[in-house]
Design a protein around this ligand. Structure first.
Ligand code: ZN
Ligand code: ZN
Length: 257
């Protein structure tokens, strides 16, 4: 890999863009513990991110609590709320009146926690049943890509969390997406300014998707999706994904010449 490629990867690894605190009911560390852990891990950037849904009311308290934290020198603290992709039209399960940008959170972190069906979210079981009942795998993959693109178009300041983690849950595999779908997805990320995570916990997206993002010029960040401060900024799987993605992208560029 070229020196610039290696530099770019190591700078990505100096951020952790998806870190949960006790504002999420399934996480154990406080905002202060996560900030201290990010600084101790030598990170330059951390995005404090907690789970919301339409009924969530605590986002203003979360924003105020982050603003009240003392931030160590050399660390930039960003915020986000993680909400699920709901349907093929790209709607996202966000609280009404959510402020994103000045005075609010910095990003909407969209999670593919359910399959985006035409009539609303399908659980993995429902999706498997529909596939067994005749929904073709190609149609399901098209739905996933269309929903992703619509969500990016509809959601300013979006970041895709652990994208395509839903596919194995429904019995599909990222490798089935193919170059054309990945290209459309990656171009939409670049065109809308959507940030895409390479996620340690879910080990995704894979090298072909990362390569498509690199070729399209989309912004890639690393994330642990930590639920405890000890995990903040600790990457075991992300470096290999990024390197494989960069190699695949270099191959594609080579072929295009
Ligand atoms: Zn998630
Ligand atoms: Zn998460």
């Amino acid at each position: 890999m070229s020196a610039t490629g290696a530099d770019r990867l190591s700078s990505v690894l100096r951020g952790d863009h998806h870190v949960h605190s006790t504002f999420s009911d399934d996480a154990r560390s406080t905002l202060a513990e996560n900030i201290a852990a990010a600084s101790a891990a030598g990170l330059e950037t951390v995005r404090l991110t907690d789970h919301v849904r339409a009924s969530t009311t605590w986002v203003p308290e979360f924003v105020a609590a982050v603003a009240a934290e003392r931030i160590p020198d050399g660390l930039t603290v960003l915020t986000g709320v993680e909400a699920k992709l709901l349907d093929a039209a790209g709607s996202v399960d966000l609280p009404e009146g959510l402020v994103v940008g000045r005075g609010g959170v910095d990003a909407v972190v969209i999670g593919d926690h359910q399959f985006p069906g035409v009539d609303g979210p399908w659980s993995p079981t429902m999706t498997r049943e529909r596939l067994a009942a005749g929904l073709s795998e190609d149609d399901a993959l098209d739905l996933m890509i269309e929903a992703s693109i619509r969500a990016m178009e509809r959601t300013p300041h979006a970041q895709l969390a652990h994208w395509f983690s839903i596919l194995p849950k429904v019995g599909l595999d990222e490798s089935q997406l193919g170059a054309q779908r990945l290209l459309a997805w990656a171009q939409a990320a670049a065109a809308t300014g959507t940030i895409v995570e390479v996620n340690e916990k879910w080990d995704c997206p894979g090298p072909e998707a990362i390569a498509a993002l690199l070729v399209a010029g989309a912004r890639i960040v690393a994330s642990t999706d930590s639920h405890v401060a000890a995990d903040v900024g600790r990457y075991e799987r992300v470096p290999a994904l990024l390197e494989a993605g960069a190699r695949a992208a270099a191959g594609e560029t080579e072929e295009a010449r």
